[in-house]
Design a protein around this ligand. Sequence first.
Ligand code: T4K
Length: 370
Amino acid sequence: MNNKLYVGRPNIGDRERFLERVNGILDRRWLSNDGPLLKEFEKKVAGFLGVKNVVAICNATAALEIACRALDLKGEVIVPSYTFVATAHALQWQEITPVFCDMDPATHNIDPAKIERLITPRTTGIIGVHVWGRGCETGAIEEIAARRNLKVMYDASHGFGCTKGGRMLGTFGECEVFSFHATKFMNCFEGGAVVTNNNELAEKMRLMRNFGFVDFDKVVYLGVNGKMSEIHAAMGLTNFEAMDEIIAVNLRNYEAYKVGLAELTGISVIDYDPAERNNYQYVVIEVDPEVCPKNRDQIVEALHAENIIARKYFWPGCHKMEPYLSLQPNAGLLLPDTESVAARVIVLPTGQTITVEIIADICSILKSIC
Ligand code: T4K
């Protein structure tokens, strides 16, 4: 390839519409702090998801931290190890111990059957992650939580616009967190949101994202600066309007990869349930070490040499990253499926900058590598 092809190249909606919005921001001289575009963004997202409250935050990591604190999570919280490290860091940053749960290799999501053995008297909650936008087993997770008196929230960073059992992600658990980072299906440059049907919880989080202020000089809560600015909301609104186009491009690309890689032995493209709404933001392949003549790392190295900057998300798993590796050196003993899937996955470039012709080239390069 003449130019580097990246995973996570941002999707961008109507440029003119975005620039109009930016001009409006400059004219109004209202740049941040609960501005009109932020309010419009929150309202549109709430309507789309069918939730009562959307609390937009400067990024999903801060949103996870605010949500954990608002839910009063403490002690230990059960999370999958197979996730972006931000899910674990949001807990550890608040001195809550992330207790890593293994995944179901068929879905890459936390395996509810492996949750209960991790519950101790210090456990206060479970955070499920909808990896690749494929909803986790919310019913089974919430049944365990109800029985064991635990709180449940979800990291839905990958899942904007996706459903589980026909129900929008964002409507499960006590609350759910979306990421609107540049690399995500719907981006605000940087951004995130906590969404919830619990009005009291939402009110607490609105205070927390703005230092705890209720009035000019009155602070009633411990808070941080988690606000989303107007320019981020302008990008969010513009990309929100482009969502259908972006899904169409992602789906076209996903199908082109499926066809292009269909006959390649030892490589499989993960499935998205056609009965659900999906955003197809991630094209994920698994390399079967028993069958494929090259291992995952050799394939990624060869792709990089061809300017295809494929990624090994979420290798090696949070439990093998610091500080968790030092704090919990034996965690891997209970994470065999996480370790095996993390060693098999490759994420390939997709999105608006990738055409079906480029995909045909990537597939033939993959064939020659393997
Ligand atoms: N929970 C989960 C499950 C997540 O996946 C994430 C984030 C979070 C929580 C936290 O959300 P935020 O706090 O970020 O809102 C990237 C993203 O930075 C990260 O947001 C994302 N998950 C993760 C899956 O991917 P890195 O460390 O791979 O970033 P980096 O700099 O290598 O960029 C990724 C790719 O995107 C590269 O191939 C280059 C390309 N890129 C990136 C940017 C920013 C572009 O082409 N243009 C750009 O503007 O984490």
